[in-house]
Design a protein. Structure first.
Length: 460
């Protein structure tokens, strides 16, 4: 599953990167086109303003044959265009045309002549001017840059024959790119270039919305995929824990059932003489293992009650030292390990549920006997604020990876499914929840010297 998710993430990221690169290239081309348009528009505006200023004093243009036929078949009139004054349209007419036809012809011709006049003025300015004023052209270009929101520096390079004119030092290394003017109004054999710096950040800014959207989309997909992988791993881990629990509890249940069955069979088959001592022995063994079976069932039921919040504590003033001593005496019967109790006072009272609290202490000491070292120490202290109980052993330290999970339900430190020690992984879960119901905390402190379970319950 993990390789498939990794492949999906790789493909998703690859598609988004490709899309963003294409988007970047398109935005870059668009900005370059805008720069080109700004340059060409600046030249057009430059010549337009010169035409309006009346730089050309006079220019003669032969009337096209289409216009001549409209006025006179015999005349070859010349129109004089003077921008500094109002253009005059020759008063041409034919005696054979009535006034209505003449006015119509004159109005149709007026628009054509006006357009031709403007084009002619621009063309003649381009031809007659010795040089474009590059500094004045820069003012037009700055206006175009402002209108088109191009917020970066630029430089100009103009060549007319062997004559070269520069504006704002185009040789500067920061001006990495350039565009050539494509204006039709430039004089022949001349060249005009606009230099501009790297527009990487400008291009990114133009496409930032698409990039952010792509980034959020990619993160959403990746998050969902990894969340799915996490859920799958959790379910797999739960399945392993469940199987381990079933295996362990099956082992725990089989043992007392098998012993009781053997004892009853012994009474039936091997005690034909009804010897009281032998019968008493078999019954004692059966009672002991039935009690153990009862304890297992009680633990499972208590764990179930914890999850359903139906468990209600019966809190009362309890003498803690006496309770712990009683627990130690019961556990010493089945172990040769040294268990000692240290207290700051001979009697320490606390408000706890004596039944469940004794079970908690019993579980913790029992774990120390099963998995800890040869020496177990129980320390009890009570100040004005808290009741503190520490259960320590000198056994092997618990690895950090297991310390984080050891209080989880059904969790047991892996031992390759061996049942060298009995248990099914609910003792510490039960203990932590009972202490939490008392308003306290249960924590694990483990190092190379000691492994300690510390109970802290606030005094009421």
């Amino acid at each position: 599953m993990a390789p498939l998710i990794a492949l999906t993430v790789t493909i998703t990221v690859g598609i988004q990167v490709y899309w963003n690169i294409q988007n970047y290239q398109n935005n870059k081309k668009q900005i370059i086109n805008i720069i080109q348009l700004a340059l060409d528009n600046s030249i057009d505006n430059y010549y337009n303003d010169k035409a309006k200023a009346g730089i050309v004093q006079s220019f003669t243009l032969s009337v096209p044959k289409t216009l001549k036929k409209k006025f006179s078949d015999d005349s070859d009139e010349i129109i004089i265009l003077e921008p500094s004054t109002k253009s005059r349209i020759p008063q041409l007419y034919n005696n054979h045309l009535d006034s209505k036809d003449l006015n119509k012809n004159r109005n149709d011709s007026l628009l054509e002549i006006k357009n031709m006049k403007l084009f002619a003025e621009k063309a003649i300015i381009s031809i007659r001017q010795d040089s474009i004023d590059i500094n004045k052209l820069a003012t037009y270009l700055s206006t175009e840059f402002t209108n088109k929101k191009l917020d970066f520096e630029y430089a100009l390079y103009k060549r007319e024959g062997k004559k070269i004119i520069k504006y704002n030092n185009p040789d500067n290394k920061k001006f990495l790119f350039s565009v050539n003017s494509k204006s039709a109004y430039l004089p022949r054999h001349s060249e005009l270039k606009l230099f501009y710096p790297d527009i990487f950040f400008k291009t990114l800014k133009e496409g930032i919305a698409g990039i952010l959207l792509s980034f959020v989309f990619s993160l959403s997909i990746i998050f969902c995929l990894f969340y799915l992988l996490s859920v799958i791993r959790q379910q797999k881990q739960l399945a392993i824990i469940k199987n381990d629990f079933i295996s362990n509890i099956s082992h725990e249940l089989k043992t007392p059932i098998a012993v009781v069955s053997s004892a009853l069979e012994g009474i039936e088959k091997f005690n034909t003489d009804n010897e009281p001592e032998k019968t008493k022995k078999y019954l004692s063994i059966s009672k002991q293992h039935l009690s153990k079976l009862h304890q297992i069932v009680e633990k499972i039921l208590e764990t179930s009650a914890l999850e359903s919040d139906k468990l209600q504590l019966q809190v009362s003033n309890t003498e803690i030292v006496q309770l712990i001593n009683h627990t130690i005496e019961k556990l010493k019967i089945n172990t040769e390990k040294k268990i000692q109790l240290r207290t700051s006072k001979r009697e320490i009272d606390a408000y706890v549920d004596s039944f469940h609290f004794e079970n908690v202490v019993s579980n913790l000491v029992d774990n120390a006997i099963k998995y800890g070292g040869d020496e177990i120490t129980i320390t009890v202290n009570n100040d004005n604020m808290n009741l503190v109980i520490e259960i320590s052993d000198n056994g092997k330290a618990i690895e950090k990876i297991h310390q984080q999970k050891i209080f989880d339900k059904f969790y047991r430190i892996p031992q390759n499914n061996l049942h060298t020690e009995k248990g099914f992984g609910i003792g510490l879960y039960y203990a932590k929840n009972i202490i939490a119901k008392h308003g306290g905390t249960l924590e694990l402190i483990s190092d190379e010297q000691l492994t300690t379970f510390k109970i802290l319950i606030p005094n009421e």
